[in-house]
Design a protein around this ligand. Structure first.
Ligand code: GDP
Length: 328
């Protein structure tokens, strides 16, 4: 039975990946902060066989301890402070966890494997936010980075240190440059979920408006459930490599509003959206669209559904959640 350790198992991707790996017959271990972390409940309900280990990306000995306990064949480093908007307010903490945390995990692997790093396959969750002020359209594995937020800068460090440990120590380390990926499990602070939840609440008469920042931003939004498969595929190849994972389509926040509000029977969303200057970011990523040709060719990976299907599925899930009896 192969063994996998997932950091960030309580997050959106962690839960999809735990379900995916458990279904493939893996013994799945998850790193969680603190004891009895309430955020672990949904993943334990979804995958009761998951074994949780306590540890923190700020604490190297705890990472070595988790690796020694799990003895994984594969490590997926998904843990991060992942909300871009927050990263200006907590720039140092974001760098500490999202950036230096990657180095600590790789160092822990060196200690755990006694410098035989290739023995454990390592996946680093890199991000399209590294492209930031994009140098070319679409973005692929060779597009230069120009991050626009402390989060993007921290992810760029994590990316390069992963590449460096592969080149320095022969680690089987892959960096997946994933474009935005969403689902009904997405945190409410991200724009897709904020809009799908907001539209559902407005349709149910629970609120009148949604406060938003820049509605002209363009993103390449895919479904998180598809993207965790790409993570796994990267670690099954003969040679480690970095891959862009994206749909290749770009949409504005306005498109997102059109689809979400139409789904709840509202044709004109303008009266329901308040523009708030506090939600405008100090530096913005205006346009992201990824070219995942390499992943399609080498991994045989491709996204399944389209953008309207994803947003409609999220609206429907929010409507169902909001109308579910409280005791359910
Ligand atoms: P990100 O790409 O990781 O930053 O994902 P987000 O979902 O947080 O943001 C996507 C885009 O939506 C960014 O360009 C934001 O500036 C834009 N946006 C506009 N209004 C909002 C808002 O109220 N909340 C968030 N999170 N993003 C917003």
């Amino acid at each position: 039975m192969p063994r996998a350790l997932i950091t960030g198992i309580t997050g959106q991707d962690g839960r999809y990946l735990a379900e995916f790996l458990a279904a493939k017959g893996y013994e799945v271990f998850g790193l969680v902060r603190g004891q009895n972390n309430p955020r672990a409940r949904p993943v334990l309900e979804a995958v009761p066989s998951v074994r949780l280990l306590s540890g923190d990306l700020r604490d190297l000995p705890s990472l070595v301890g988790a690796l020694d306990a799990a003895r994984p064949d594969e490590v997926y480093n998904l843990a991060a402070i992942s909300f871009v908007g927050m990263s200006w307010r907590q720039a140092e903490l974001t760098s500490e966890i999202t950036g230096l945390g990657v180095l600590r995990m790789l160092e822990a692997l060196r200690i755990h494997t006694r410098d035989d790093l290739a023995r454990v396959r390592f996946y680093q969750a890199s991000s399209s936010e590294m492209f930031g002020k994009v140098r070319e359209v679409p973005q692929n594995e060779t597009t230069p980075f120009h991050p626009r937020s402390p989060y993007g800068v921290a992810k760029t460090f994590g990316h390069y240190i992963t590449v460096n440990y592969r080149e320095s120590y022969g680690a089987y380390a892959c960096s997946g440059i994933l474009f935005n990926h969403e689902s009904p499990r997405r945190g409410h602070e991200f724009v897709t979920r904020k809009v799908t939840r907001g539209a559902a609440r407005i349709a149910l008469g629970l609120q009148d408006t949604i406060a938003l920042g820049n509605v002209d931003a363009r993103r390449d939004w895919g479904f998180a459930g598809d993207y965790v498969e790409a993570m796994w595929l990267m670690l099954q190849q003969d040679e480690p490599h970095d891959y862009v994972i994206a749909t290749g389509e770009t949409h504005t926040v306005r498109d997102l509003l059109d689809i979400a509000f139409r789904r709840v029977g509202i044709d004109d969303w303008e009266p329901h959206v308040r523009r708030e200057p506090r939600l405008i970011r100090p530096a913005e990523v205006d346009l992201l669209v990824g070219d995942s040709t390499l992943a399609r060719e080498r991994l045989g990976w491709k996204p399944r559904g389209g953008f309207p299907d994803l947003i409609e599925m999220m609206v429907d899930a929010d409507l169902a959640d909001l109308t579910r009896p409280a005791h359910d």
